[in-house]
Design a protein around this ligand. Sequence first.
Ligand SMILES: *Cc1c(COP(=O)(O)O)cnc(C)c1O
Length: 228
Amino acid sequence: MNDVRAALAAVKDKIAAAAARAERAPEDVHLIAVSKTFDGGAITPVLAAGQRLFGENRVQEALAKWPALKADYPDVELHLIGPLQSNKAKDAVALFDAIHTIDRPKIARAIAKEMAAQGKRLRLFVQVNTGEEPQKAGVMPGEAAAFVALCRDEIGLEIAGLMAIPPAADMVEPHFAFLAKLADELRLPGEPPLALSMGMSADYESAIHLGATHVRVGSAIFGGRILA
Ligand SMILES: *Cc1c(COP(=O)(O)O)cnc(C)c1O
C-alpha cells in the first residue's frame, strides 16, 4: 500500500532540491497534485497532509468528487489540466480556479463569456502541442503567438501561462526549453513572466531546471492509475 503522505513529502523534497540546483526560489514552483481517477477516499489523506492545489483532467469527474471535498477544505485550488469541450465551459468556470488547456478560439470565447456571466476570473494557460502530434490537444507551435494575441486583443483574456505535454517517446528537455523560450517571446512589456505548466511524475525535476512554475504530478503521489 502506497503511503501518500510520505510520497507527497518526497515529491516536495525533490522539488525543493531541483529548485535549489537551478538557483530558483522553491516557492516559485507550484506542485499540482493530479488526482484524476482517484476518489475522495484517496484524496483526503493528501488534503490532510496539507496539499491544497490539485489537478483534474475531466470536468464531469471533478464535479462528482470535488464539491464534497471542498466543503471540508474550502481553500482548495483546482486546476483543469485536460481537454475542454465548450459545452462544459459553464461547469468548468464554476468549479475550477485555473484552466491549462486553452487551445482554440471557440474555447477561449466560451471561457471568456462564462467568466463574465459568473463574475469569476480564472488563471488561463494556453496549451502548446510542442511535438506537433496529430492526436494531441494544443495549439501548434507556429500558431501559438497568433493565438495568444487573439486571446488577448480580440477576446480580452489575460493569459497567465503556457502548458505542454511532450510526446511520450521524446526526450523532454527540448520541449521544455522550447516552451520556456516561447513564454519569453510572448511576455508583455511591463508584465510578469508567463507561468510554465510543464513536467509530470517522470520528469518534473528537468522541467524545474528549465523554468517550470507549475508541475503536474499524479502517480508519484497517488500511485499508479488503473485507467489512463
Ligand atoms: C495525468 C496527467 C498528469 C500526471 O501524470 P503522472 O505521470 O501521473 O504524474 C499531468 N498532466 C496531465 C495533463 C495529465 O493528464
